[in-house]
Design a protein around this ligand. Structure first.
Ligand code: IMP
Ligand code: MG
Length: 194
């Protein structure tokens, strides 16, 4: 049986709550704040969250990777950097999950060192706390998860699959085996094309 972690209704509630809190905090800023989406996992959350923000904001995107299949590799690689000048602005980092904290720690340090923002605010959909390796400050989160679980859906993927499911859940091992089969068919098709 699939274990539901955040239903569509719970996700929408979280987006409304966090959006309103951010709106309140940002409306007094003189320079336009930047909502920085951490690709690719946070795209779904970014879209729904922004609907609840009515202040003027700029959007930007950054891409880091650390995760392979079911677990984090621990090594963070910057794959795509921001495209705006962040100097003197408030940056709201929009992330799907904070797990070991390594990616978020890397991101905050990277932004502060390279771009000198006025402030960095961290928001994530799920704050997974069981395997935290480094202290990171999460300002706003949709929910806290105390146990270590592998999640998919709503941007969270298994090897690129499942991002399109509109809720977050823990897949069964049978489901994972099914996705592996689909992925190996893809590999076979790729070889045929060569
Ligand atoms: P961290 O560096 O260990 O905190 O890992 C954070 C990144 O790993 C997030 O940006 C997520 O995209 C990804 N991630 C963490 N937990 C999960 C999960 O349960 N399923 C899918 N991706 C995850
Ligand atoms: Mg991510």
């Amino acid at each position: 049986m699939q274990e539901m972690i955040m239903s569509q209704a719970q996700i929408q509630e979280a987006c409304a709550r966090i959006g309103a809190q951010l709106d309140e905090r940002l409306s007094k800023d003189d320079r336009l704040p930047v909502f920085l989406c951490v690709m690719k996992g946070a795209i779904n959350f970014m879209v729904d969250l922004m609907e609840h923000v009515h202040s003027d904001i700029i959007t930007d995107y950054i891409r880091v990777s650390s995760y392979e299949g079911l677990g984090s590799t621990g090594k963070i690689v910057l794959k795509q950097d921001v495209s705006h000048s962040l100097e003197g602005r408030t940056v709201v980092i929009v992330e799907d999950v904070v797990d070991s904290g390594l990616s978020m720690h890397y991101l905050v340090e990277h932004l502060k060192e390279k771009y000198h923002p006025k402030d960095v605010i961290v928001t994530c959909l799920i704050d997974k706390q069981a395997k935290r390796k480094i202290d990171v400050k999460v300002d706003y989160c949709g929910m806290e998860l105390k146990e270590d679980k592998f999640l998919v859906g709503y941007g969270l993927d298994y090897k690129g699959l499942l991002r399109n499911v509109p809720y977050v859940y823990v897949p069964t091992m049978d489901e994972v085996a099914g996705w592996e089969k689909a992925l190996s068919r893809e590999e076979a098709a790729k070889k045929e094309l060569r």
